[in-house]
Ligand binder design. Sequence first.
Ligand SMILES: Nc1ncnc2c1ncn2[C@@H]1O[C@H](COP(=O)(O)OP(=O)(O)OP(=O)(O)O)[C@@H](O)[C@H]1O
Length: 231
Amino acid sequence: MVKDVYYRPPGTQINLLNGVSFSLPEKSFGLIFGQSGSGKTTLLQLLAGLSKPTSGSIYIQKYSNEGKPNQPPESLVPERVGIVFQFPERYFVADTVLDEITFGWPKQKGGLQLKEQLVLNLQRAFNWVGLNGISLDKDPHSLSGGYKRRLALAIQLAQVPDLLILDEPLAGLDWKARADVVKLLKHLKKELTILVVSHDLKELEDLVDRSWRMEMGGVLTEECLPSTGLV
Ligand SMILES: Nc1ncnc2c1ncn2[C@@H]1O[C@H](COP(=O)(O)OP(=O)(O)OP(=O)(O)O)[C@@H](O)[C@H]1O
């Protein structure tokens, strides 16, 4: 949940976000759209903990089994947020799928010691994105466009995030890979809370539970997509 968030980059006089509030229920799919330069990426960066709001709050409200809100709400910690930026494959750094996945994981003397839980999480992430069976020795750069996106997703999903954020997940893919990613997101939506920034409203609208338009000047308003009537 985001409540009354304002953001002015340090050393500047202009608010890029102006009183942004919205809530996304657990295991639902939210979509933010709007003109280029309106502030969508800025908002994602705050949600991922890459910058801090000037004022306002970002938190998670969890509920008990009886459906009562847990008190107090928890802060959304960056380690619990998975974010896949636009064109994630451009930032692949390793020569093998295994090294790409474990890049940045704590290394121990004598090499990488994968904790049992992480291996289980990774296997689950691979299942979720349909990458099970892939050779871990394969060069990630040699994968097809759609499979590169699957790998980028699996890397984030291995941490089992409370919130998965995707910035333009269909950008730069051919029609077949786009359809594959849409199908995959439909499947992931059953397990995860997903927030997407995209201009591809038509292809994603069947998945959307809530949607918002970012207006120029960083003002967010709830909107229904034309064909779903969903707000
Ligand atoms: N650190 C900064 N200092 C000053 N202005 C900034 C800073 N970061 C972004 N901006 C400006 O804030 C505005 C919003 O940028 P942002 O990237 O969030 O927009 P966007 O909606 O994601 O655009 P796009 O759809 O093109 O990705 C833009 O005018 C951008 O130039």
